[in-house]
Write a protein that binds this ligand. Structure first.
Ligand code: GRF
Length: 204
């Protein structure tokens, strides 16, 4: 059976991308193949990870496109050129407009480092999410993989995993544990679930 063609979109270090690459090698992801990594920064370390794994990369900044619309057009052109079936946002820090998310409805997934609907939506990214969780004093946090629609962190939930907060946690220690215990596990698992769904529907 043909595999779903996956594009991973990144902005930074790319540890989630690495988890996806490793999951492909170990066979956790078997229904899809990462064929493209897109970055909105030319210097993201994630691009190195992609190159080391022999995956095609494409980077473009909003600034050099001049507008959100032409930025999204450039992304769409690249995704269509590569016949992408599934887009995985793995630490992609740019908001995508409704015209983009509608075009790939149920074909874009995102990892968010909290248990949605807590600590999510506009302004909740990176360490800010973990700062908010610690400030609120919740005892359990975690990560969520969800479909992407026009509402930031608002699409249907696919997988979640809980992580306990420790007494001496800082935003940094919590961020690391949420990644290790939750993000790096549920993102590859969700990638496999969605890839399998896509190829099964193609067969019908
Ligand atoms: C992760 O915490 C992810 O949940 C969030 O951005 C961070 C990306 O980290 N959306 P990395 O680039 O995958 O290391």
């Amino acid at each position: 059976m043909a595999k779903a063609r996956i594009a991973v979109m990144v902005s930074g270090g790319g540890t989630n991308l690495q988890a996806l690459i490793d999951a492909q090698i170990s066979g956790i992801i078997k229904s899809g193949e990462i064929v493209l990594v897109i970055s909105n920064s030319h210097t993201a370390f994630a691009l190195e990870r992609a190159k080391n794994a022999g995956i095609k990369t494409f980077s473009i900044t909003k600034k050099e496109c001049g507008s959100q619309q032409s930025f999204e057009k450039a992304l769409i052109d690249e995704l269509e050129k590569e016949n992408i079936d599934l887009i995985i946002l793995a630490g992609f820090l740019s908001i995508l407009n409704k015209s983009f998310t509608d075009r790939f409805a149920k074909r874009i997934i995102n990892i968010h480092p909290s248990l949605i609907p807590s600590f999510c939506g506009e302004g909740y990214y990176g360490l800010k999410v973990h700062e908010a969780a610690l400030h609120k004093g919740v005892k359990v946090t975690g990560a969520t993989v969800h479909y992407v629609n026009e509402i930031p962190d608002g699409g249907e939930i696919i997988l979640q995993k809980a992580v306990y907060i420790r007494k001496n946690d800082t935003p940094e220690t919590l961020q690391r544990r949420v990644m290790e215990q939750a993000e790096w596990k549920i993102l590859p698992a969700a990638a496999e679930i969605c890839s399998r769904k896509i190829i099964e529907n193609k067969e019908i």
